[in-house]
Design a protein around this ligand. Structure first.
Ligand code: 3PG
Length: 311
């Protein structure tokens, strides 16, 4: 027992760690479930733009009902808040659609292996667009990240260019989203949960017309019956699960981002991908070659080296 004067401070720090630990565990678990149901939906209904719209719509609905019933206190927002939120919402929408398009074309594990390269995008964007300089070890850690992702990509049995590019675009978009979000949340009275709710609603408004423009004509041409021909009685539950879990995992991740640095956030996000990669390989019986798994392991190790060198 610590009976020193610092004991209350130590207890507070320990409680904070437990809280963040719980956030992380919840975030990863919700994300694993989201990824599984999202892929089930995409297998039966190959319209990733509409699927992405449904995830945002479910989240928006949950939050509008929570605000209306005062389960959650609605945020006090003004025009300046919305102006700052717009670039975040554009980046969130692009990152979300791109990841969903990717997962509609390739295995969930492959999308997440490529997405584990996100720290490399973070360094490159910060260096070339924001002019931030990093110590040499940070740049060196990019070698295993980029090398590992490349090895995993070239040895992927079911490689698909759209699937690969979708995951790459998603990486780039989410780097911008995280930079803009942390700036937008700093010193603002809107907490993580309501911040993500506003982000969801604005992204839904942005995405809906594009989803109709991109996939509407194709769905029309396919014929509604053809579009839903693979749908079984379980489908509606899969859609509900992927949409609700999408909202919940993002909400918890934003509640964490509110408390931690973007760096700790990105380490948590990479560890999350390990659970998604492993669980989706098991559930979907994804074929994996040893050299392919080696590439993924090198990329993930590179991310840890990156986080160490950045600290
Ligand atoms: C999405 O659909 O938005 C992506 O699956 C999310 O990717 P993330 O794992 O980076 O949150």
């Amino acid at each position: 027992f610590d009976f020193s004067e610092d004991a209350p401070a130590a207890a507070e720090a320990a409680a904070r760690k437990v809280k963040i630990g719980l956030y992380f565990a919840t975030w990863w678990a919700l994300n694993v479930v989201f990824n599984i149901y999202n892929k089930k939906v995409l297998n039966a209904f190959p319209y990733p733009w509409f699927t992405s719209t449904l995830s945002l719509a479910a989240g928006s609905l949950i939050m509008l009902v929570s605000w209306a019933t005062r389960v959650v206190e609605p945020p006090q927002i003004d025009f300046d808040f919305l102006k700052a939120l717009l670039p975040v919402a554009v980046a969130h929408t692009i990152g979300h659609v791109a990841a969903t398009v990717s997962m509609s074309k390739v295995a969930v594990s492959f999308t997440h292996i490529i997405k584990s390269g996100e720290p490399a995008f973070s360094v490159l964007v910060s260096r070339f667009l924001l002019g931030e300089m990093f110590p040499l070890p940070v740049y060196l850690s990019l070698i295993p990240i980029i090398g590992g992702c490349s090895l995993a990509a070239v040895t992927e049995l079911n490689f698909n260019m759209i699937g690969f590019m979708g995951a790459m675009i998603s990486n780039l978009a989410f780097v911008f989203r995280n930079i803009f979000s942390k700036k937008g949340m700093k010193g603002k009275s809107v907490g993580g949960m309501n911040y993500y709710a506003c982000l969801s609603i604005l992204s839904l408004l942005i995405l809906t017309p594009f989803a109709i423009a991109v996939e509407g004509p194709q769905m029309w041409a396919d014929g509604w019956q053809q579009a839903i021909s693979n749908i079984g009685p379980q489908f509606i539950w899969w859609v509900a699960a992927q949409s609700v879990f999408y909202h919940l995992y993002n909400q918890v991740s934003y509640m964490s981002l509110d408390e931690i640095s973007p760096l700790t956030f990105s380490i948590g996000n990479t560890m999350k991908r390990i659970s998604v990669i492993v669980s989706s390989i098991i559930i979907f019986h994804t074929p994996v070659q040893p050299v392919n798994a080696l590439g993924a392991a090198i990329a993930i190790l590179g991310t840890f080296l990156y986080s160490q060198s950045k600290q």
